[in-house]
Write a protein that binds this ligand. Structure first.
Ligand code: DAT
Ligand code: MG
Length: 145
């Protein structure tokens, strides 16, 4: 059967989301879509930690602006769990550029542009686990039950 593998993915409510007071709105949409919150906290990333998180994009033309933006104010990393979490979360948030995002997606609803696009989402189950480990220790991940 498809979609029966329980996965974890990392969401980050980016500094624009926090500045717009949309934390609750976005978390509500994530929970209504069936995700379980394992861990959540508010952090202010240094340029070094933002750069480390996005190291895969180092050298791209948008990298310096991305690091600047992600360290411009607090953000909210959230460890999520659900069957098919990685793909389902990316469907929920929509395309990277809100202009291309489907109607009703979080980025279409709330994002201003491709650089300031409200939320991060992991792109594979493997990266979901490693990105969660970037922000949370294993004892901070609390399963329901
Ligand atoms: P996503 O966040 O949808 O996984 P990505 O991994 O390609 O997208 O890029 C990471 C972030 O970098 C993205 O959320 C916003 C920024 N970014 C990507 N491409 C960009 C571009 N062409 N101009 C400005 N910012 C960009
Ligand atoms: Mg990505």
């Amino acid at each position: 059967m498809e979609h029966t593998v329980v996965e974890r993915t990392l969401a980050i409510l980016k500094p624009d989301c926090v500045r717009k007071h949309l934390i609750g709105e976005v978390v509500a949409r994530i929970e209504k879509a069936g995700f379980t919150v394992l861990a959540m906290k508010k952090v202010r990333l240094s340029k070094e930690s933002a750069g480390g998180f996005y190291a895969v994009h180092k050298g791209r033309p948008f990298y310096d602006g991305l690091v600047e933006f992600m360290s411009s104010g607090p953000c909210v990393p959230i460890a999520l769990e659900k069957e098919n979490a990685v793909a389902d979360y990316r469907t929920l948030i929509g395309a990277t550029d809100p202009k291309d995002a489907a109607p009703g997606t979080i980025r279409k609803l709330f994002a201003d542009n491709k650089g300031e696009n409200i939320v991060h989402g992991s792109d594979s189950p493997e990266n979901g686990l490693s990105e969660i480990n970037y922000f949370f220790s294993s004892k901070e991940l609390i399963e329901v039950g």
